[in-house]
Structure formats: C-alpha cells, structure tokens
Design a protein around this ligand. Structure first.
Ligand code: NAD
Length: 373
C-alpha cells in the first residue's frame, strides 16, 4: 500500500505530516511512501533526507497521490484524492467538507477531534502542537520585551524580574508557565477550570482568578472549559484588570472548544499597561483573547504595548512541530494496524476511531459533521 505525504499549500503552513524518522517506520511496516518534492523544506527536511529514509519523491501532488491508500497531511488537501483513500490530518472540516469527502469516497480522519483520554495521549496532535506553541509564545514575548525576564543584580544596579501573566492553563499555558519560570520571570496564571489551579501552583506560579459556585463546574466531561455566564466573565475581568496593569508580559492561551476564543483582555486593560509591555495572543487562530489583537499581525498600541497576534504558533518552530505531529500520526496508524494485511484497520466501535472519523465508505459518520436537520 502506498502512503502519500503532500506539500502543505495553506499560506503560512510550515509543517509536514511525515519526517525521515516516520518514513523509515512506514517502510518497515511494508508500506511504500511517496513524498511530494519540497514537502519538508520549510521544516528543514530535504528531498534527499526523505529519499535516504526510503521514500520515493514525486514531482507534484498528483504524482504522490497516484494509487495512494493512505494520505497524510497537516491541513485539508486541495488536490483530488484517490477513491478509497484514508486521509489523516487536522482537516478543520465542517458538514459541507465532510459531505465532499464522502462523495469522493475518501475515509477522512480529523485528528483535532481526538478524545483527550490517556490512551490517546501519544497521538494527541492538539497537545503536541499546543506544548510547542506555549513555549514559543514565551520566547517571542521575551524577545519583544525590551527588558530581561530574570532579576539581574549587577555592579551598575539591579534589573527587576519581569511580571509574566499566563491566561489559560491548559497544555499551552502550562508550558508557557514552565518556560517563563525557566527564564526567570515572576509568573502568575489564571484559568476557570478548578483542576488548573493546582497545576498552576505545582509549576511554581501564583494563581490569580475569580472562583465561585459556577466555576466549580467549569469543566466538561472531556476536560475542556465550558462557556460560562456573562456575570462570571465580568467578575473574572474585575480580578484580572487590577492584575494586568502590573504585568510586563501577558500570554493568552484561553480557548473554549468549538467557539470563538473568549475576550479576556479588554481595550481598557491594554490601555492600563505600561509602555513596552507585551501581549502574546496564541488564541489568535480562534479570534484572540485580547480585544486589540489583529490575527496574523503585530500591533503596537497608542500607549506602546506590543501585541503579537500571529497565527499558527506551532508552525513557528516547524522542525519540532513536524517531528511531533508526524509521530502522532505514526502512532495513530500503528495503533490501528493489521500486520497481516499490512494495512490500517480502524475498528468502528473504538472511542479514538469514533472520535476522529468523519467519513467511512462514502458516508458521513461523525455526529458533528451531519448536516443540521
Ligand atoms: P484548550 O486549548 O481548549 O484551552 C486552553 C485553556 O484555556 C484551558 O485550560 C481552559 O480551561 C482555559 N480557559 C477557557 N476559558 C477561560 C477563561 N475565561 N479564563 C481563563 N482560562 C480559560 O485546552 P487544552 O490545553 O486543549 O486542554 C483541555 C483539557 O484537556 C485540559 O483539561 C487538559 O488537562 C486536558 N488534556 C488531557 C489529555 C489527556 O489526558 N490525554 C491530553 C491533553 C489535554
């Protein structure tokens, strides 16, 4: 069976869905791997490195896809896929896109829908990518901040430590806390899920936030934050407003699954910050947590606050994000692998398979992808 690895075409997408390491493993499973020429270059992987790992290089997407039984991508592909192919990526599909895959006879698996359960951790693309995004956000925040993070006592005097505030302590936020602490910042963090408070403290950061009866139940069964009431958000904003005015670097990571990111930093809060302070908004892909964020851009406000609202934060460390993403896909395939047939076998009743499968055998099967009745 042939595995096709395509060059990503979405603007700003630097990642690739396989690496020489995973190609070797696929070849070891008895698969033929066809990589579209240039697919790895933004991640620093040359065609020669793929060839050395055992891949065949194809001049274009159509060449890589010819006869492919499995297609690996980061984002939804543009080229038509062979009927019967198994497509695996972060497809960001809606009902219409899912219907198109079914119509094309493509079995599509969208890895961002993976259930966040222990058994799925090693194939969890959201976690692997969010971890890197959280790290990178702090590094870029520290670079944009024109003082240092650690307290520095020098013969010429003392430079105070930077106050760093992390909003949202999920996978990205916890990595941001750890990174900011390693750089020597004075770190505080907030979240709405009760479990997050202990995690924040266990990383040595101070918890800042508003808690009430509503926030005690702020977590869904899947571990995500719930959408909370306007009253709760107003109370949270009061607590946060007083804190933000004293911060040097604020890293925003808060998301509510399936919705626009909550606005946690208002224009007034931005106006209260000192000139030279920095807001890094890695929620920008979902609209941003800061009201002044312009997704994809660097904004410098009238009071001299820099807002880094870049999108695709994992893609800002492409070699690392591709390596982890490629391993996530390899683990998914090898977990559901039929050794004798040398082909994937995705049991319909498995929770992980159910979670990610959009289409199967020409039909839309995912409950979120069925057209509204
Ligand atoms: P996410 O990216 O959906 O959101 C980031 C964070 O923002 C979350 O911690 C969320 O609580 C927080 N948030 C939402 N609204 C907020 C608000 N108004 N103010 C402050 N913070 C707010 O979350 P994630 O990083 O994908 O993690 C989601 C959950 O999944 C977590 O509970 C995490 O521990 C869990 N998880 C489990 C596994 C596993 O067991 N396999 C793997 C990864 C994540």
């Amino acid at each position: 069976m042939r595995v096709a690895v395509l060059k990503e075409r979405r603007s700003g997408e630097t990642r690739v869905a396989a690496t020489p390491e995973t190609v070797k493993k696929y070849v070891g499973l008895g698969l033929e791997v066809a990589v579209e020429s240039g697919a790895g270059l933004p991640s620093g992987i040359t065609d020669a490195a793929f060839a050395e790992a055992g891949a065949k290089l194809a001049d274009d997407a159509a060449g890589a896809l010819a006869g492919a039984g499995i297609v690996l991508v980061v984002r939804a592909p543009e080229a038509p896929l062979p009927r019967g192919a198994l497509l695996i990526g972060t497809l960001g599909a809606d009902a219409a896109a899912a219907a198109a895959y079914a119509e094309a006879g493509v079995d599509a698996c969208s890895m961002e829908l993976l259930p966040r359960i222990t058994r799925a951790q090693s194939m969890d693309v959201l976690s692997s990518q969010a971890n890197l995004a959280g790290y990178r956000a702090v590094i870029e925040g520290a670079t944009a901040y024109d003082k240092g993070f650690p307290m520095m006592m020098t013969a010429a005097g003392t430079v105070p430590a930077a106050n760093v505030f992390i909003m949202g302590a999920g996978v990205a936020g916890l990595q941001a806390i750890a990174t900011a602490r390693r750089l020597g910042g004075r770190v505080s963090a907030t979240d709405v899920r009760p479990a997050a408070k202990e995690e924040i403290k266990s990383l040595g950061a101070t918890f800042v936030g508003y808690e009430d009866e509503e926030s005690k139940a702020a977590q869904t069964a899947g571990g995500y934050a719930k959408q909370l009431s306007a009253e709760f958000y107003a109370k949270q904003a009061e607590v946060v407003a007083a804190h933000i005015a004293k911060q040097d670097v604020v890293v925003c990571t808060a998301l509510v699954q399936g919705r626009k990111a909550p606005t946690l930093v208002t224009e007034a809060m931005v106006a209260s910050m000192k000139p030279g302070s920095v807001i890094v908004d890695i929620a920008a892909d979902a609209g941003g947590n800061c009201a002044a964020t312009k997704p994809g851009e660097l904004v410098v406000t009238a009071n001299g606050v820099k807002i880094l609202g870049f999108t695709n934060w994992p893609g800002r460390l492409p070699a690392a994000s591709s390596a982890l993403y490629a391993r996530n896909l390899l683990t998914f395939l090898t977990t559901f692998w039929d050794k004798e047939a040398k082909a994937p076998k995705l049991p319909e009743e498995d929770d992980i398979v159910k979670g990610v499968t959009l289409t199967r055998g020409g039909a839309v099967v995912h409950p979120l992808m069925k057209p509204a009745a």
